[in-house]
Design a protein around this ligand. Structure first.
Ligand code: BJW
Ligand code: ZN
Length: 237
């Protein structure tokens, strides 16, 4: 691993533009479950019952309660060493994560491809949106149009937020190095950013405890936990 870290450091040091592209593995060491690992969320519950617009329309109470439980877990989570290293590096962070831990670590340029757990929006998309304050909300109607409020996250079959997607695509295409951290790279269109960055000339550094479909795109693959590896990519070795 030391040799791979050294090669990645050289790429990062000589690059003008470095971006990160992260998934659930970035927050695993903060105590937040991933989705597709053996003990991941989708191995305990079928996403079709909680993570599609149809599931929400069928049973908004069940889906709201499920998200309330996840919000309670996420609320107690703290950034780990990988979040802190990315924040300190001052780079653009494209993330699929909805937990807000990059911002909690002090990162100022975070692009959220799959929304955020810390806001609710109207399911009918009338435009009404509310930040989540100290109390975790239960199921309630949209005060503007009467539809249901729901977490401001991207469910399967939904389009990604347009501005975030455009910013992420531009950042990926402009990057000299993309550091891909803790994602299975199975969910599209987000995962397509790795290929797009590579096609436009970026070097791809993959940090993951396991091999993934992104392994074949990697110029440097580092097998290890994000909290161990990412801090070693920046600053003093
Ligand atoms: C560590 C570690 C440590 C662990 N250190 N590493 C067929 C082909 C292509 C696309 C499709 C298709 N069929 C359907 C689609 C579309 C679908 C899709 O891609 N499905 C695939 C699963 C096949 N995509 C969509 O629906 C998207 N929308 C869309 O495409 O719109 C257009 C459209 C409209 C209508 C019809 C069709 C298309 C929207 C996707 C939304 C994803 N939403 C979720 C839930 C968000 C809210 C919530 O959290 O509740 O987003 S699903 C879930 O997966 C979540 C994640 O952001 C996303 C990605 O997962 P991630 O982050 O990669 O986590 P894992 O668990 O998969 O991987 C963790 C990794 O970490 C592993 O590799 C570990 O090894 C590693 N790891 N510990 C380092 N300590
Ligand atoms: Zn509404």
């Amino acid at each position: 691993m030391d040799e791979a870290v050294a090669r990645a450091r050289r790429l990062i040091e000589t690059a003008d533009v470095v971006v990160s592209f992260s998934g659930a593995g970035l927050s695993a060491e903060s105590g937040i479950d991933t989705f597709r690992d053996p003990d991941g969320i989708w191995n305990t519950i079928d996403p079709a019952t909680v993570a599609t617009p149809e599931a929400f329309e069928r049973d908004p109470q069940f889906v709201t309660d499920w998200y309330a439980q996840r919000r309670r877990t996420m609320r107690t989570a703290r950034p780990n060493a990988a979040h802190r290293a990315l924040a300190d590096a001052g780079i653009v962070n494209i993330t699929q994560n909805i937990d807000g831990l990059l911002e909690a670590a002090g990162a100022t340029d975070v692009i959220h491809l799959h929304g955020t757990m810390w806001a609710d929006r109207c399911h009918a998309e009338c435009g009404h949106r509310e930040q989540i304050e100290s109390r975790i909300p239960s199921l309630r109607a949209c005060p503007h149009c009467g539809s249901w409020m729901r977490p401001d996250v991207v469910l399967f079959g939904e389009l990604l937020p347009e501005r975030a997607w455009q910013r992420a695509a531009l950042a990926a295409l402009a990057s000299d190095v993309m550091i891909v951290i803790g994602t299975s790279a199975e969910v599209y269109p987000a995962a397509g950013l790795i290929d797009a960055a590579r096609q436009s000339g970026a070097s791809i550094v993959v940090v993951n405890v396991a091999g993934t479909v992104a392994s074949r795109l990697a110029n440097v693959e580092i097998r290890g936990a994000a909290g161990d590896v990412v801090p070693r990519l920046f600053g003093n070795p």
